[in-house]
Design a protein around this ligand. Structure first.
Ligand code: CDV
Length: 309
C-alpha cells in the first residue's frame, strides 16, 4: 500500500489588525480549494492564522487582548473552513490563539495548533512550548514580541498522532529552532512534522542577524528533518504586516533534509509536494537508526535542570 500524501504548504500573506476572521477564513478556503484541485490530501496553514500577529503590540486591556483568542473550535467564524475541508475531502492544520476555562475554573491562554481530518474531526492538538519574546513592554524595540505575556507554556507535551495513514507531529514556529522538539517527536515515531511560523525579518535583540533570518529558518527545519528522518512542512505568515516584515520561504522538506517544494513570494501561495512517508526509512533505518546508534545513557544533562539551563 502506498503511503504517499500530497501535501500543500498554504502560505498566507499579511493579515491586517482590523481584518475580520471571516476574511482570513475566506482566504484559507480559497487556498484549500486550489490545493484540493491540485490533488492535495493535506493543507498546512501558518501559526495564528486567523488574525494579525498581535503579540507585536503591548496591550494591558484584557478585553482587547481576548478579542484575538478563540474560545471554541470550530467557532461560527471557522466552521466554514471545516465545512470546506469536508466538502473537498482534505485534512488541514492551522494555528490560533486558544482561551479556555480549566477544571479548576482558571482561565488559560495558549498559542495552539490543531490537525483536522477530512471528516472535520480534530485529530491532534498542540500548545506551543517554546514561547519566545518577553513579558513587559520594551519601548526600545521597533515592535514588541509579547508571546510570554499573552500565552502560557503549552501543557500537552509534543503530540504525535496516528493520522492520514502516518504518524503526524505538530509544533509551532520558535519550536523549530530547538533540536529537542524534533527529537521528542521522532522518539514517538513521527514521520511528518507540521509547523506554522510568524518570523519577523528584523530581530530586535540581535539585528546583526537580520540578513540570516531566511537561512536560519531553512537551516533548522532541514536539520530537524534530516537528523530525525521525518518530512517537515513549514508554513509562513509572510509579507509586510502592519509595518512589520515577516519572512516567507514556506517549504516542504524530505527526510533527507532536501527542500522539495517552496513558495517564491510573500503572499497567499501554495507549495505542493508528493510525500512518501515510507521514505523516512531511508534515514531512520540507517544513519539515524535510533535503537542502533543513539546513546541516551550519555545524554542525562539534556533533562537535568542546572543553573545554566
Ligand atoms: N512566532 C515566533 O515564535 N517567532 C520567533 C521569532 C520571535 C524569533 C521565531 O522563532 O521565528
Amino acid at each position: 500500500m502506498t503511503r504517499t500524501l500530497v501535501i500543500a504548504a498554504a502560505q498566507m500573506g499579511p493579515i491586517a489588525r482590523d481584518e475580520p476572521r471571516s476574511s482570513a477564513v475566506a482566504r484559507m478556503i480559497a487556498l484549500m480549494g486550489e490545493a484540493a484541485a491540485r490533488g492535495a490530501h493535506l493543507v498546512v496553514f501558518p501559526e495564528l492564522a486567523l488574525t494579525t500577529f498581535f503579540p507585536r503590540w503591548f496591550m494591558d486591556n484584557q478585553a482587547e487582548i481576548d478579542a484575538y483568542f478563540e474560545t471554541h473550535m470550530p467557532s461560527e467564524a471557522t466552521q466554514p473552513l471545516f465545512d470546506a475541508a469536508r466538502r473537498l475531502g482534505v485534512g488541514f492544520s492551522f494555528g490560533y490563539a486558544e482561551k479556555l476555562m480549566d477544571a479548576e475554573g482558571r482561565t488559560r491562554r495558549f498559542n495552539t495548533s490543531i490537525l483536522v481530518g477530512p471528516d472535520g474531526a480534530v485529530l491532534s492538538k498542540y500548545r506551543k512550548i517554546h514561547l519566545p519574546g518577553h513579558w513587559d513592554e520594551e519601548p526600545w524595540r521597533a515592535f514588541q514580541h509579547l508571546e510570554k505575556r499573552y500565552f502560557e507554556r503549552g501543557d500537552l507535551g509534543f503530540p504525535v498522532a496516528d493520522a492520514l495513514g502516518g504518524r503526524v507531529g505538530l509544533c509551532i514556529c520558535n519550536d523549530r529552532r530547538w533540536p529537542e522538539t524534533f527529537r521528542m517527536l521522532a522518539l514517538q515515531r513521527a514521520e511528518l512534522v507540521l509547523l506554522g511560523y510568524n518570523t519577523p525579518q528584523h530581530y530586535p535583540p540581535a539585528p546583526e542577524h537580520d540578513h540570516l533570518q531566511d537561512f536560519h529558518n531553512h537551516l533548522v527545519m532541514q536539520a530537524g528533518a534530516y537528523q530525525n528522518g521525518t518530512w517537515v512542512v513549514g508554513v509562513a505568515k509572510a509579507g509586510r504586516e502592519e509595518g512589520c516584515d515577516l519572512i516567507g520561504g514556506s517549504c516542504i522538506i524530505a527526510p533527507t533534509g532536501e527542500i522539495v517544494a517552496q513558495c517564491a513570494g510573500l503572499g497567499d501561495e501554495l507549495a505542493i509536494a508528493e510525500c512518501d512517508l515510507d521514505r523516512c526509512r531511508e534515514i531512520q533505518d540507517n544513519i539515524f537508526n535510533f535503537p542502533a546508534h543513539r546513546q541516551p545513557g550519555e545524554y542525562g544533562l539534556l533533562t537535568e535542570i542546572t543553573p545554566d539551563s
